[in-house]
Write a protein that binds this ligand. Sequence first.
Ligand code: SAT
Ligand code: MN
Length: 629
Amino acid sequence: LIEAFTYFSESRRHYRVIYGSLTQLPSKVRNYVEENARLCKPDTIHICDGSERENELLTYILRKDGMLKKLHKYENCWLARTDPADVARVERLTYISTPLRRDTVPTPKYGAKSQLGNWMDPEDMDNELNMRFPDCMKGRTMFVIPFSMGPVGSPLSKIGIQLTDSAYVVASMRIMTRMGEKVLEALGEGSFIKCLHSVGCPLPLTSPLYNNWPCYPKMTIIAHLPHKNEIHSFGSGYGGNSLLGKKCLALRLGSNIGKEEGWLAEHMLILGIENLETGKKRYIAAAFPSACGKTNLAMMTPSMSNYKITCVGDDIAWMRFDEDGVLRAINPEAGFFGVAPGTSMKTNPIAMETCLSNTIFTNVAETSDGGVFWEGLESEVDPNVRIRSWLGDEDWKKDNSDRPAAHPNSRFCTPAAQCPIMDPHWEDPKGVPIDAIIFGGRRPAGVPLVYESFNWQHGVFIGASMRSESTAAAEHKAKMIMHDPFAMRPFFGYNFGDYLKHWLSMSERPGARLPKIFHVNWFRKDAQKKFLWPGFGENSRVLDWIVRRCDGEDIAKRTPIGHVPQQGTLNLEGMNETVDMEELFSLPRDFWQNEVNAIYKYFDEQVNEDLPHEIMHELFNLEERIQAE
Ligand code: SAT
Ligand code: MN
């Protein structure tokens, strides 16, 4: 009877396994795959092993389908151009579904819409998913990607299984995560995060594709179910919407798991900074919103020659206190998904060097000699080559085009291991010890180059009060100053009020050696809209002040907003440009009063009853100090 039943179900199975073997999978993984194959009805299944042979097969498929074009100028580099309707994360279509709304977002006052995430009731979510996933992979291959966020086997790492019908996603996940056979071995019969992704374009197509890029923008949804450890993503093939290990797992579900397990999942770069004269090395984690220069800081070439910077990660940090009370951080990723425009030999030579082999570029422009081009490379491109814009404008020229050559959110996806300044400990399973945490954003006015918090609680308040000018990393159109607490606004996996309580609670951990907390702003402008600070390698001068503060040097001056460098203690030796330090560090009283008002309004309306009283207390103290000036 069992045989007959097996025969019956086998014969009803419509898919073929064309790569790898279902029977070799851990049974939990196999069940997950079979269950979703029955739902999505792919033609074929490919179980990824992470081998070279597999990668060759993938690039062959992607070229044949017209999704990747070889960039002959470099070694193993590829160009993808997306449907122009699928170019960035879609925050308004990104949901967290929990039984209680309040587990996901604070209840805003006055019936306002929450800006701290979108919640959906599990039953409604079920309906939404049922409208999309059945039969969605017809005619396509379902790839099974076992991946590890963090070094394979590290106690800090988490394993996910992503099912996807996009070979572009597989090729990108191969760069961004550790994936394949070794992950299945480490997983065994352990549990994993279930990540289901479909571009939502079953075959045969009902309408033609743009750029051979399948997607379904009208039906896109990015759904997180923390109580089930599941992610369901439909309709988009782009970056943070589709590479589910990144924002969805490492930040949204990660922050949930971190809250339960007592650690932090943050939108932070991690860098090492070594003083070559003393040999002393420290590690710093820094949170800036998307497209505000995390990659540039993480790979900085310091203008101060007595420092050496090494890179641990450029986007995400998982941090926890070890048994000695040291905050240790790992980079859960294995690659960089960096913003291309603005990257050049002048601004970030290390990134340029990193991405000239084994890289997938998305939505950049191409040159007639098989290279890439984007805004910022004007003086580095051979003037005799023709440029084809990301939208396919042939012979694109700056002077007669009102559209940029590359999409402002165009990206390079490149293996971290080939970055020439990767820190020797970047894959250390224990993580690296963090001495300082930096918050920052794009603030054209009022906010000084650097200031230090008075203590941990004040530092948490500074993170909570972060604001930044919007960028092209998400769908926001206008340039406006948005609240972006901890640079996590699009990535909170649970109620922001609880997130703040979690951060505050770190100071109560017995023996915790709390890092110092700073705020930086590289983007302050003068009345002529010119940047007051040159940025990039010169930011090493700010890092120098920060590490000297960590060493306990008496170089700080108290102001109403925090400690700033005492006059003359920010090392400007050998700087080519003259900097108006007075304006760069000025604290206009009206500006700060307005800032307090804006933060109050935001906390009051958006966080409302979930705001920890300690944070409101810090705001009142700030206002008092400003008024006492
Ligand atoms: O597109 S991603 O979400 O991966 C990049 C970012 O916005 O930080
Ligand atoms: Mn990011």
